[in-house]
Design a protein around this ligand. Structure first.
Ligand SMILES: *[C@@H]1O[C@H](CO)[C@@H](O)[C@H](O)[C@H]1NC(C)=O
Ligand SMILES: *[C@@H]1O[C@H](CO)[C@@H](O)[C@H](O)[C@H]1NC(C)=O
Length: 444
């Protein structure tokens, strides 16, 4: 092959597929390869169930699990925030037309050994058992303050400097107690640790607004989930790329990243060198260009019952704030079921996860696993988290970050925007992704 691609992308994880979709829409000539025979890389959904069991060395699932092809098990459990950046990307690129979404039925938080529904409107706060009587009033006032907060309108700020005042100071001014702060920071602002307390308050206030705006779109929870599993997302963006001339190849072993001096010029696969100007890839393709920054432990649990004390919902998230179980990082549970076409009838998939803090990671998940009992079958998997060691300026190799323990896609979207800027030199502009309708209407 003589032709030179603008960009070669290695690995078909969500980050890579969104980038190749956007680059293709933007007119770049893109070649996308994966060593696996399936889409999704680390962010794949595994189907049928037999394939998932084989990953853990079990040849055959028990007959009680039903038909294997009714299952799609996500390797990375996450939900989409209804008003979040990934949904904007899906809508602008019209990738939504390849997929169907359902609202997640409930969002819960763990306090003092029990599960409570997360209150987010002032009315819910007043009705919830989560907070004591006086605290309810204070929380309602706090939420009202946050909702009207506009960084560009000093009248709404009440002497808070969005870029200087810390979140800890904002809480103090609202006189909230520790448990309420825990729920707000971890179940509404979705921070995984308490580091945010000492940082400027604007980010946290915007996160609470994102949660609230997302919730108000559909009412039950702020989260969406695609039918047939998260693996549909990378495939949707791969189709987008293909419509705009992107070339996809699965089952392509990658032997070498070819450099001239310190800059990438191509990729060698099956003895053949394909030339490119830039390379985007996941960490597994360039082990010498990434560093390990931590670990995430995930327990994939198959249940035959909804989780207790969740009103028998068929999907939900449970957040266990770190302080509640004397940890530094939160523990999460994402639960989905046959109503999302990811499990056989009457079955539930609950995935518990957290950032590893000790050398006994499985024990760290106990508070979550305890809530899921009885568990029909449990699989534990420990993943290393990688980040690139450089920004790719000289090498023109741009490496994505591993998927972290957060249960939504906001940090993934941030990584996509960062890589986009480094690759193109331009800020990521959601409107740039708007599909040009020539392929559909035919009137170029
Ligand atoms: C949940 O389902 C169980 C078993 O069918 C039932 O006994 C229980 O009352 C249900 N709980 C709620 C809150 O609907
Ligand atoms: C959930 O409820 C069932 C039925 O009442 C019970 O057998 C099980 O132990 C409960 N699980 C937990 C974690 O409380």
């Amino acid at each position: 092959m003589d032709e030179t691609y603008d960009v070669i992308v290695l690995g078909t994880g969500l980050t890579e597929c969104i980038l190749s979709g956007i680059m293709s829409v933007g007119g770049k000539k893109v070649l996308h390869m994966d060593r696996n025979s399936y889409y999704g890389g680390e962010s794949a959904s595994i189907t049928p169930l037999e394939e998932f069991f084989k990953r853990f060395g079990i040849q055959q699932p028990p007959a009680s699990m039903g038909r294997g092809r009714d299952w799609n098990v996500d390797l990375i459990p996450k939900f989409l925030m209804a008003n979040g950046q990934l949904v904007t990307m899906l809508v602008h690129t019209e990738v939504t037309r390849y997929m169907e979404f359902k609202v997640v039925d409930g969002s819960f938080v763990y306090k003092g050994g029990k599960i409570y529904k997360v209150p987010v409107t002032a009315t819910e706060a007043l009705a919830s058992d989560l907070l004591g009587f006086l605290e309810k009033r204070r929380f309602k006032k706090f939420l009202e303050y946050v909702m009207q907060f506009d960084e560009n309108n000093p009248k709404t700020l009440a002497n808070v400097d969005p870029h200087k005042t810390t979140m800890s100071e904002v809480y103090k001014a609202s006189d909230l107690c520790t448990n309420t702060i825990d729920v707000t920071g971890h179940a509404l602002a979705l921070h995984c640790t308490d580091d945010y307390l000492q940082q400027p308050c604007l980010d946290t206030i915007n996160r609470i607004k994102l949660y609230s705006d997302s919730l108000s779109r559909f009412g039950k929870s702020p989260y969406l989930y695609p039918l047939y599993g998260l693996g549909e997302l990378p495939q949707g963006f791969a189709r987008l790329s293909a419509i705009y001339g992107g070339t996809y190849m699965l089952n392509k072993p990658i032997e070498e990243i070819v450099m001239e001096g310190n800059t990438v010029v191509g990729v060698k696969s099956e003895g053949e060198i394909v030339r490119c100007k830039q390379l985007i890839c996941d960490p597994s393709y360039v082990p010498d260009r990434v560093k390990k920054v931590g670990q995430v432990i995930r327990a994939y649990c198959i249940l035959s019952h909804p989780i207790n004390n969740t009103d028998n919902v068929s999907s939900c998230q449970i957040i266990i704030p770190q302080k509640q179980v004397s940890r530094k990082s939160d523990i999460y549970v994402c639960m989905i079921s046959s109503t999302h076409n990811v499990a056989a009838d009457g079955k539930y998939i609950a995935i518990a996860s957290t950032t590893v803090e000790t050398n006994k990671p499985e024990e760290e998940l106990q508070p979550a696993l305890h809530l899921l009992e009885p568990i029909d079958q449990k699989f534990i998997f420990l993943s290393d988290l990688y980040e690139p060691i450089d920004l790719g300026k000289e090498s023109q190799i741009f490496v994505s970050k591993s998927y972290d323990a957060t249960t939504h896609f906001e940090s993934t979207c941030q990584d996509i925007k960062d890589i986009y800027k480094r690759v193109t030199g331009m800020d990521f502009d959601f409107d740039e992704m708007k599909r040009k309708h020539k392929d559909i209407c035919g009137d170029e």
